[in-house]
Design a protein around this ligand. Structure first.
Ligand code: NAP
Length: 506
């Protein structure tokens, strides 16, 4: 049974204000108050040094125990998530595996010191004209971190998702703001984390969770002076508002927001001539996957008028038509999708309609539009992300226009090249442009799946993310919660244990 309360300083805490769940009959959730957010942030600060000071192996064991407790949750969590998100069971089971896999990946990462990027410059007492001091650098945990659960990944980007796992691995206490769209799922995961904290004897405020919709909780959290960094996945408008709050604080803090992206797919002419229909079918599958509710959804396909383009278009239309209506995450997201489709309808040629399926609430059909590159470049609304299975095919008149379009792109999470060996010259011309625009560049694939590993970059120039240097997926994500500290001529007794145990040479 869910209790619908907030997890603060190791205890479940109710509040006077409860909101009924839209999806779970008879269930309500307590909205955290400003005083409760304050209490959580202070407790996190109180426990910061104790948690950050745990040996790396102890933190690794804690992360593995969280994974074990999430594995042990059984069918209850899937049932709750099914009702809250409308996502299919197979996807939710797979996402749970990804979540526990991420926790275990960060456990393994911190067992070695490599992630601390330690540097050692030994003293040169005889150097002239001045001697050099002994200098050692290591990374240290940044402090209490606030994490905003994402609506579209109730597990892998939420309560114990990549932001939480990487921050806990770094040694930072975490306060999660549960997403209102899956508050019950969030509570199941928070309970698993609490059991792991108790089993591993971690400080009480190592992990806390506050629930609530209506912006008050999120605003109070990012403005709290004890919060030292924020992880966020969500809308451009919400992320930007929270980013601005973080920079306007008396002590500004880093805000790692993963926001919107239209993930252009450049279909180069020889590849399209050789296998236009095959590219089109792949595009349709990638576009419609999960009702298009992925930040890596390929929203824009760039083609060059010529052989194979008609086959490509026909295959996208056929693939999308076959998909039919799908349930979206929330009524709000479904309404925003319908509005986005309506805007596209007024600006581009409609190849496939996206009317709502009236028989089922929160349900939407895929949509496909086509426009010339000239019009696309001249119309800002055409370049905005429509969160859902809506795609735009942008047709270029010549190669020069394709390059011009690439130059005009805003920051993206991904950019894809569909290319054959004969397209190499054009691909080589596009690559330096795409490198400036996107965090991940793919050849002959589709961007929707994001591998969780050490070589993954899931971020990009604004508005894809608010910090071009960081990723929210993969082991590099831990660097967001670390800060470098130099130790000059410090006696060995004062140095961090990691620096003494394994001094590393430059
Ligand atoms: P959202 O509106 O940005 O909300 C995400 C979280 O941020 C929620 O917990 C929300 O809390 C909080 N928040 C948003 N604006 C805030 C503000 N001004 N002040 C304080 N807290 C704020 O995103 P969503 O509800 O998940 O989805 C809505 C849209 O976001 C989608 O239609 C889609 O366009 C986009 N989205 C993008 C991605 C991506 O991966 N890029 C993922 C999911 C969604 P409250 O509930 O309290 O407002």
């Amino acid at each position: 049974m869910l209790n619908g309360t907030n997890l603060i300083d190791g205890a479940w805490v109710d509040s006077d204000h409860r909101s009924a769940s839209v999806d779970l009959e008879g269930q309500s959730f307590a909205q955290a108050t400003a005083a409760q957010v304050d209490k959580a942030a202070r407790a996190a600060r109180r426990d910061f040094r104790a948690y950050a000071g745990q040996p790396r192996q102890t933190r690794a064991a804690f992360l593995r125990r969280i994974a074990q407790e999430i594995d042990a949750l059984g069918a209850e969590i899937t049932e709750t998530a099914l009702r809250e998100t409308g996502l299919p069971e197979a996807r939710l089971v797979g996402e749970r595996g990804r979540t526990t896999g991420q926790l275990r990946m960060f456990a393994e990462l911190i067992e070695a010191t490599t992630y601390l990027d330690q540097r050692f410059e030994p003293a040169l007492p005889d150097r002239t004209p001045l001697p050099r001091p002994d200098l050692r650098l290591s990374h240290r945990a940044i402090g209490p971190v606030a994490v905003f659960g994402a609506s579209n990944f109730p597990l892998a980007f939420s309560t114990a998702g990549g932001d939480t796992a990487s921050a806990l691995a770094a040694g930072c206490p975490v306060i999660v703001k549960g997403h209102g769209a899956h508050a019950g799922t969030a509570e199941w995961v928070a309970r698993a984390i609490l059991r792991a904290m108790e089993a591993c004897d971690m400080p009480r405020a190592t992990f806390q969770m506050v629930q609530g919709s209506g912006r008050e909780v999120g605003t109070a959290l990012v403005k709290h002076p004890e919060i030292r960094a924020v992880g966020f996945t969500g809308s451009l408008a919400g992320g930007r508002a929270l980013f601005d709050l973080c920079t306007a604080r008396p002590q500004p803090i880093p805000f790692y927001g993963e926001l919107g992206s239209i993930n252009p797919v450049f279909c180069l002419p020889q590849a399209v001539a050789a296998r236009g229909a095959q590219i089109g079918s792949g595009l349709a599958a990638a576009l419609a996957m999960g009702a298009g509710q992925f930040c890596t959804n390929p929203g824009v396909t760039v083609t060059l008028k010529g052989e194979g383009t008609e086959a490509l278009e026909a295959a996208v239309i056929a693939g999308l038509r076959q998909t039919g209506a799908q349930t979206m995450l929330t009524e709000g997201i479904c309404a925003a999708y319908q509005q986005g489709v309506e805007t596209l309808r007024g600006l581009a040629q409609e190849l496939l309609g996206g009317e709502s399926a009236v028989a089922a609430p929160r349900s939407a059909l895929p949509a496909l539009f086509k426009v010339s590159a000239r019009d696309w470049m001249a119309t800002p609304h055409l370049r905005e992300e429509v969160f859902g299975a809506a795609g735009v095919i942008v047709e270029c008149a010549d190669l020069g226009e394709m390059l011009e379009l690439a130059e005009q792109l805003e920051g993206q999470l991904t950019a894809t090249l569909q290319m054959d060996p004969q397209d190499m010259e054009l691909a080589q011309a596009l690559l330096p442009v795409l490198e400036e625009k996107a965090g991940r560049i793919l050849a002959n694939g589709f961007p929707t799946g994001v591998e969780v590993c050490s070589a993954m970059m899931h971020g990009g120039p604004y508005p894809a993310s608010t910090d071009v240097r960081s990723t929210s997926v993969g082991t590099l994500a831990i660097t967001r919660w670390l800060r470098p500290v130099s130790y000059q001529n410090l006696p060995v007794e004062l140095l961090p244990r990691d620096l003494v145990d394994q001094p590393c040479q430059m």
